[in-house]
Design a protein around this ligand. Structure first.
Ligand code: ADP
Ligand code: ASP
Ligand code: MG
Length: 439
């Protein structure tokens, strides 16, 4: 039996938490491969090492040298080294890392050093070999090269009954370090689980599993005992950041279940994420709620649009020309809308797109709504129960919220609604009350 364990930033926050991690790992001999993040926040208002590394990158590009941000990072790692009483010379390692950052001047390389240093320390603490992400995780054209990574990892793990792997980064063919997007150590953990042929991928964090919605919005939401890969994908893509939205692919392919566990309450059962076929429906129609703010909806209307060959193609060509992707495309007989992350539309791009769409398809009307939040209500149980949509929309209406967009899409396990940013939290609470509050 092999388990791969990934520990997130809060689990790596200081020497004390690292000792907890050591205890967790050593309690179960199946926990053979450990993937680590960089130290996260120790308390609210604290900084994450990765954020300071992005600041360090700016310092180096402006002044040629690491600055105050790096000094904070160095303090943090030195005190971890002291707390743990390691024989590893942490100061020398930090010095060497600073020089490498100044020499390479690469944003991704700099950002990756949090996981690199943490990996070195954890390997020493556990007394097992360290595997550098750059040696075992391969990127091509900025994307994870799954097959190649799998081969490299298998070769590296062979003959190593245990190891610590640095999360969050790999390297391209030329050896340049490339990182995943933020929270990407979850993806590293998933590729290691796949290559190791693990029976379970344990993802250790600071909550006792996936909650039915963001705990910052609803106090003490219900915990989800079990989720399917598909539900996880929908929820994490739509903003439930517990697990990176791309972490699911490597494990899904190999059918490896994922368990979300709490480093600070290791006895809690957590949430088990399993292939959809093995998934047993709970008695609630909705499994979870997630959402994100700051979308823009571009709404087009034109009589007989449906009969106009190539209409959608012409609009999509405009988006493509600007390198803009869209999240959803709800459409009707004579209407079509595109839901786009507002961050993609800054610097005059939106205005240009509007003008070019007018030119390309001469719509009867073209309207743009900014400041839209999307909320996904997800659950396999939704498709088999009548009246879920009715309950959803009347709950939203009762809360006095106006729905700006609906996308029931082709996926039968979710309904997405768009509301004004300002109404986001209120809407999530109303939906939660409707589907989860007992009595
Ligand atoms: P890590 O550093 O361990 O990777 P993250 O911060 O990435 O941890 O993810 C865990 C955090 O996700 C929790 O502390 C919680 O605040 C937040 N979160 C957001 N939505 C949810 C949800 N639906 N269920 C559980 N946690 C959630
Ligand atoms: N340290 C990185 C981040 O903060 C990666 C991770 O924690 O997974 O995004
Ligand atoms: Mg995370």
């Amino acid at each position: 039996m092999i388990k791969v364990c990934k520990f997130g930033g809060t689990s790596m926050a200081d020497g004390m938490t690292m000792l907890r991690v050591k205890e967790i790992v050593e309690r179960d001999p199946a926990r053979r491969y450990v993937v680590v993040s960089a130290p996260g926040k120790r308390y609210s208002g604290d900084y994450k090492v990765t954020d300071l590394l992005y600041e360090t990158d700016r310092d180096v590009k402006e002044g040629g040298h690491v600055g105050e941000a790096y000094a904070k990072i160095a303090d943090r790692f030195r005190s971890i080294g002291k707390e743990l009483g390691l024989s590893l010379d942490v100061s020398a390692l930090l010095e060497e890392t600073a020089r490498a950052i100044e020499k390479r001047r690469s944003r991704d390389f700099t950002a990756s050093r949090g996981e690199y240093l943490t990996g070195r320390i954890m390997a020493e603490l556990l007394g097992v070999p360290f595997l550098d992400g750059a040696e075992v995780i391969r990127f091509r054209q900025g994307r994870l090269a799954e097959e190649e990574t799998d081969r490299l990892l298998r070769a590296a793990l062979k003959g190593k009954p245990r190891a610590v792997v640095a999360g969050f980064y790999g390297a391209d063919e030329e050896g340049n370090v490339v990182t995943f997007s933020r929270g990407g150590s979850d993806v590293s953990g998933a590729v290691v689980a796949r290559a190791a042929g693990a029976e379970l991928y344990e993802n250790w964090t600071d909550v006792s599993g996936f909650l039915a919605c963001d705990p910052h919005i609803v106090a003490g939401p219900k915990q989800i005992k079990s989720l399917s890969y598909k539900e996880l994908r929908e929820l994490s893509y739509m903003g439930a950041n517990v697990l990176h939205s791309e972490a699911i692919f490597p494990v899904r392919e190999a059918g490896i279940p994922v368990r979300i566990l709490n480093t600070f309450r290791p006895e809690d059962e957590g949430t088990l994420i399993v292939p959809s076929a093995r998934y047993e429906y709970g008695d609630l129609p909705v499994t979870g709620i997630a959402g994100k703010k700051d979308f823009t909806v571009v709404f087009l209307e034109k009589s007989l649009m449906n009969a106009e060959i190539g209409f959608a193609h012409k609009v999509l060509t405009v988006l493509r020309r600007h390198g803009v992707s869209f999240e959803h495309m709800p459409s009707g007989i004579d209407t079509m809308s595109f839901v786009i992350d507002s961050a993609e539309l800054g610097g005059g791009v939106l205005e240009e797109i509007e003008r070019e769409i007018e030119e390309a398809v001469s719509p009867d009307s073209l309207r743009v709504f900014g400041g839209i939040a999307l909320i996904a209500v997800v659950g396999h149980g939704m498709s088999s129960k009548v009246g879920i949509a009715a309950r959803l929309f009347s709950a939203i209406a009762r809360a006095g919220v106006n729905v700006r967009m609906i996308d029931q899409g082709s996926s039968e396990l979710n309904i997405i609604v768009g509301v004004e940013n300002e109404q986001y939290e209120r809407t999530v609470r109303a939906i939660y009350e409707e589907f989860f509050r007992e009595g």
